[in-house]
Design a protein around this ligand. Structure first.
Ligand code: EPU
Length: 429
């Protein structure tokens, strides 16, 4: 079983290039099937979740050509099945984007109920409410969800929660519905805007993405496009916290600094120096102070950065309080952090953190994608050797994670046998 072997204690210093946003890539890939013409997508991250989605596209007949590691061409004229299933797709959250895409184009879709990281109950009631409002009949049976209709018609939908997934799914179906759709209390995350820009580049008529109210006027069909995915703000933020936690100095390149404002603000507040220029953000660590953080929908502090800031605040002077308000089960990694010496108590959706001066290495497991990355940062900041198991979770969303960290001076290796692990230990001793 592959794991990371890490010898911590070195400040991470240098530059790191950020890839395309996974959470934009997933809906964009699904939406690419909505035209019968070819779609060229650039800055596609080469991570497990996007690769599973590409396989799923091929599985229903979409032609997929990988022109290079980060460029993909799809052709949606040859879709031969409206059923998306299989063990891999079941494991990723993004598979539910086939519902909106297929329902919009073919008025019917059956998709295996989505999985994804175990961070909470992750309801899909708002997606279903949206599809029903557009005139679809939605049924769930045998672990599959089906949405179908003869007539997809625009509607006025008020979301009870500003859900990223529901906003995206409804938007996709609505672009090819008859008439006008209004989504109120829509999610405003950058990847929602990126999908809207992508669909608009194919001839859709979406206005207001990035605000609370998205207005969509249905069009008859979509056409070919060439599109570049936005940089991944969560990947960028992860390296920014890696700088802070290891006492380092990291320049993250190819980012949109605006998307990182809440992260930059918190890093400044806790004592780091953050410099921004065009598509670059540099974080220089300082002595870390405590703070309070509450995760929230964009532009609030992202839930996907919560484990990374907790790991950092675990090393900050004083008592910090972090409240998770988006997912109810996102503190599972704290147990591993406590094994590394952290002084953290979780009460309901709040973590109370008494900062310590240094973690110590331990054998730990990645419980999910973002927590896994955060634990790797903890291990890099820690004194001595750590191993991080279950790294398949991390590889769902971070391209070349260990290689990028190595370039920043980290002593980290991906090993897949006891022999390789011992070799790493010998090298560092
Ligand atoms: N919710 C409902 N009903 C719904 C949909 C959501 O109650 O129908 C609730 C959820 O239970 C949750 C909140 O609304 O409490 C937010 O969920 P949302 O739908 O916004 O999240 P998601 O679409 O399931 C995406 C990302 C997550 C990211 C969240 C929040 C993808 C594939 N996943 O999930 O990314 O945490 O938005 O920004 O885009 C990750 O990348 O590690 C990750 C977990």
């Amino acid at each position: 079983m592959e794991q990371y072997a890490i010898n911590g204690g070195n400040p991470l210093v240098g530059e790191v290039e950020i890839g395309g946003a996974k959470n934009a890539a997933l809906p964009i890939l699904a939406a690419s099937l909505m035209t019968d013409e070819s779609v060229l997508i650039d800055n596609m991250p080469d991570v497990r979740d996007t690769n599973i989605l590409l396989e799923a596209l091929q599985g229903i007949g979409v032609q997929v050509e990988r022109l290079d590691r980060h460029t993909v061409r799809t052709h949606g004229a040859f879709v031969n099945s409206l059923v998306v299933e299989g063990d891999s797709v079941k494991k990723i959250r993004g598979s539910y984007y086939f519902l909106g895409a297929l329902l919009g184009k073919y008025r019917e879709a059956t998709v295996v109920l989505p999985g994804g990281c175990d961070i909470g109950c992750r309801a899909i009631d708002q997606h279903i409410k949206g599809f029903k409002a557009l005139g679809a009949e939605v049924t769930i049976a045998h672990g599959m969800i089906t949405a179908r209709t003869q007539h997809l018609a625009g509607s006025h939908i008020y979301l009870d929660v500003a859900s990223v997934g529901a906003t995206i799914n409804i938007m996709m179906a609505a672009v090819l519905a008859d008439g006008r759709t209004i989504i109120e209390n829509a999610a405003k995350e950058p990847h929602v805007v990126d999908l809207a820009n992508f669909l608009n580049s194919m001839g859709a008529n979406i206005k207001g993405a990035g605000t609370d109210v998205v207005r969509i006027r249905g069009v008859e069909k979509l056409h070919r496009t060439e599109y570049t995915i936005i940089p991944d703000q969560i990947e960028a933020g992860t390296y920014m916290f890696a700088a802070a936690a290891t006492g380092g100095d990291i320049t993250v390149k190819n980012v949109i600094p605006k998307h990182l404002e809440s992260v930059s603000a918190k890093l400044t507040e806790i004592g780091c120096r953050v410099q921004e220029a065009d598509d670059i953000v540099r974080v220089v660590a300082g002595p870390l102070h405590h703070t309070h953080v509450k995760t929230f929908f964009y532009p609030g502090f992202p839930t996907d950065m919560q484990p990374q800031i907790v790991v950092t605040l675990g090393l900050a002077q004083g008592t910090s309080i972090v409240t998770e308000s988006v997912f109810e089960n996102r503190f599972r990694y704290v147990e591993a952090l406590v094994r590394m010496g952290a002084s953290i108590r979780v009460e309901g959706n709040t973590a109370i953190i008494d900062g310590i001066s240094r973690y110590t290495g331990a054998s730990i497991n990645a419980p999910d994608l973002r927590a896994g990355a955060a634990l790797v940062i903890a291990a890099l900041a820690a004194e001595g050797f750590s191993s991080v198991d279950d790294i398949r979770y991390i590889e769902r969303g971070y391209e070349d994670f260990h290689l990028k960290l190595q370039k920043l001076g980290a002593q980290i290796a991906k090993v897949d046998s006891e022999r390789e692990l011992q070799k790493f230990k010998l090298k560092i001793s």
